[in-house]
Design a protein around this ligand. Structure first.
Ligand SMILES: *Cc1c(COP(=O)(O)O)cnc(C)c1O
Length: 395
């Protein structure tokens, strides 16, 4: 009998609609890239996590095809039954080396990695200290473990210190933070966090999904940029953003931790291993990043160019050093309407408003890629300037 459920679902949908929170989907035909065809119209794409421009790249498609031929399409198994191929072990060794850790374990997403990392290591005897703005997957991952959950104010080191003092009677203290927070592109104070971890005998988990591959001198992430690559105990990250943008994630850390995760993590024991085509292609991507430092240089050139032009045009863009550039609009409806008008100007961006971001801090989030040309960024700035005047955001 579907009748009862139907009523509940329909009113749930109506509520979402009335609150203006309904998320539509625009259909892209063809590859991801800086130019995408969206419902018959060509748009310049400024809303992908495609920071290095690898997602639609033909070289990756070619490598993926080779891997399909070599390893087949799927494994129809979990890791410990018959789902581990040589390519998985090669990728894990490669990730460990890339992130300066002893070992690594792959998952079909970083979401799954984050579901594994707390419940496998922590019990009710322990405490987990988590930044208030951590990613939803960390929030859910923490919910799955029995440790006492302590939320510290966003990037507030005195609050974190207080909570570390309050949990000294616990067996273990785990501090967890995003390396980069996705709404503002702000970078966590990882050095200070590691200092506090040393002082209060805690270990540190960083989810570097929005930084792996392009932040730091050699693209190891926010952990490298902040000088703590060798101090952070455990790194989780995704292959679904800068590293080609398909699927997959991992945890890198001390060898005993990885060994225990293979034994206990429910998102590896009871779900299929990463598709070999992605494992093989990710190996290629990690080498590619080492061989192409010019991609990172171009990304920062593009990002700085856009920031400077927008500030010169009179817009408010928060201080930060990440290709996520939020253009502050303030009013939620204006941000939504302006993002819709941008489509008419041939530009694909998304407006974010409450409750995704705090009230009255609605913004259009621009994401810059190494693949964007300066000409494309000029088109973006021109469109922002035109619409910024229309909506009274700038003079
Ligand atoms: C995108 C993101 C994830 C999710 O990654 P998937 O591999 O797509 O599951 C997890 N954590 C953070 C911080 C992210 O930005």
């Amino acid at each position: 009998m579907y009748d009862s459920l139907k009523k509940v679902v329909s009113s749930g949908l109506a509520e979402i609609n009335e609150a203006g929170l309904y998320k539509g989907q625009r259909l892209i035909s063809g590859h991801q890239g800086t130019i995408v065809e969206v419902e018959g119209k060509e748009l310049i794409n400024f809303c992908a996590n495609n920071y290095l421009g690898l997602s639609g790249k033909q070289e990756l498609v070619d490598v993926a095809k080779e891997n399909l031929d070599k390893y087949g399409y799927g494994l129809s198994s979990v890791r410990f039954i018959c789902g581990t191929q040589t390519v998985h072990k090669e990728l894990e060794a490669k990730i460990a080396e890339f992130l300066h850790k002893e070992d690594a374990i792959t998952f079909t997403s970083c979401w799954d990695a984050n579901e594994a990392v707390f419940a496998s290591l922590l019990t009710a005897d322990d405490a987990v200290l988590t930044d208030a703005l951590n990613h939803a997957s960390l929030i859910d991952g923490i919910r799955l473990c029995k440790a006492e959950r302590r939320i510290f104010k966003h990037m507030d080191m005195s609050d974190l210190e207080q909570q570390l003092q309050d949990t000294q009677d616990k067996r273990l203290r785990c501090i967890v933070t995003d390396g980069v927070f996705s709404m503002d592109g702000d970078v966590a104070p990882l050095k200070e966090i590691c200092d506090l971890a040393d002082k209060y005998d805690a270990y540190v988990v960083v989810d570097d999904s929005h930084a792996t591959g392009f932040m730091g001198e050699t693209g190891r992430g926010a952990v490298e940029q902040e000088g703590v690559l060798d101090r952070v105990d455990i790194i989780t990250t995704t292959f679904g953003k800068a590293l080609g943008g398909a699927n997959g994630g991992c945890i890198a850390g001390p060898k005993e931790v990885i060994e225990l995760l293979h034994q206990k993590a429910r998102t590896t024991l009871f779900t299929n291993s990463l598709a070999p085509v992605i494992a093989g292609t990710t190996i290629f991507v990690l080498d590619y990043i080492d061989q192409h430092p010019e991609l990172r240089e171009q990304l920062w050139t593009n990002t700085n160019y856009f920031r400077e032009k927008m500030i010169a045009a009179g817009f408010t863009v928060p201080e930060s050093v990440h290709p996520i550039v939020p253009v502050m609009i303030g009013d939620g409806k204006a941000a939504g309407d302006m993002a819709a008008d941008m489509l008419e100007e041939g530009i694909y961006v998304i407006g974010f408003s409450y409750p995704v971001v705090p009230m009255d801090t609605a913004r259009i989030r621009v994401q810059i890629s190494a693949e964007h040309t300066i000409e494309q960024i000029d088109v973006l700035v021109t469109a922002f300037t035109k619409l910024g005047k229309k909506y009274g955001i700038i003079d």
